[in-house]
Design a protein around this ligand. Sequence first.
Ligand SMILES: [Zn+2]
Length: 381
Amino acid sequence: MGRVFEAPDGRTYRPSMFITLTLPGYGRIVAGAGTPRDADGYDYRRAALDALHFPRLLDRWFQNLRRCAGYKVQYFGAVEGQRRLAPHFHVAVRGAIPRSVIKEVTRATYHQLWWPAFDTPVFVEELPVWDGRDYLDPVTEQPLQTWDAALDELSADDDARPAHVLRFGSQLDVQGLLAGSSDADRSVRYLTKYLTKAVGETYSGDSNAAYEAHIDRLHAEVRWLPCSPDCANWLRFGVQPRTVGPGLEPGRCPSKAHDREHLGVGGRRVLVSRGWSGKTLADHRVDRAAVVRQALEEAGIEVDSARRMAADVVASDGDARFLWSAVVSHGGTSSSILMETVIQRRRWREQYEVAKTMTGADPPVDGRSATAQSTSLRAVG
Ligand SMILES: [Zn+2]
């Protein structure tokens, strides 16, 4: 997909791209430490809102990029935490789009959050009370404004402004990728690495009092700001969430975006376009089984048939391999049968690990072969 480039020797290349998008600064940062030089002057509220709504900005960016590129750009990307506690986004994009276009799109992209205002907390000590239908003002016992009424009011107000506007920072990194090159391998590893890693793990690591304080201050914002129209934190600002029921309490929204470990990066960590691989989940499952089998065979380890219990399995002479009968006694209890199965599973897993080491399919550090990495990308994508 995308532009084809021809080398002097006549070979053609169809490169892809690896792009990193960042959020703006919220105050000056101590280089290397990730902590603000002046914590009181640091815009924690903006940092929190940007983190909470980052995926919406990314959606908007892809919309704009597709419009400018003129085709359905395909991508696979992951949101990751930077040391300064702001999320950024690494994405592999199929095809080559001129750098200047990507730059323009990034500069022009913004997302407006047209939500009711949530600048000033209204209910902090005494919380709204559920009466079976609405949340009531604890003092006047009048129902709080509903979500729909708040939105109606917003659209009727000509002077209304969005509750928040997100934009990217000026840092933008665009690299060309050629399939099979070491750069491509490294980028794929970069992307897949974060699929199994919680954002909190990225944020922790070597820490100190200043860094913990930085996390605490951002968490203090992230905890109380609304994450979605259904967030319980709306009650703090005098508006009923879009969906109401008993038991909603500000500061106790179940979205993990509010947690100290996640700092605004909640649900969507991986953004992938439809048609990235054109495969169904079933295809991926078959792929993964094939990858495991191949690794075992390459290492010369005999593969137990994964379908060994299937009724249509036949032995080499063509006869049915199994004769089925009801299990009356296994010479053991059901727990010993289960235990046997567990041990067998574990043996398979060990064989697979050994096979991978023997064939070099999964080197942990030097990364000479990207087979395992790129297949895991396919498997997830
Ligand atoms: Zn929430």
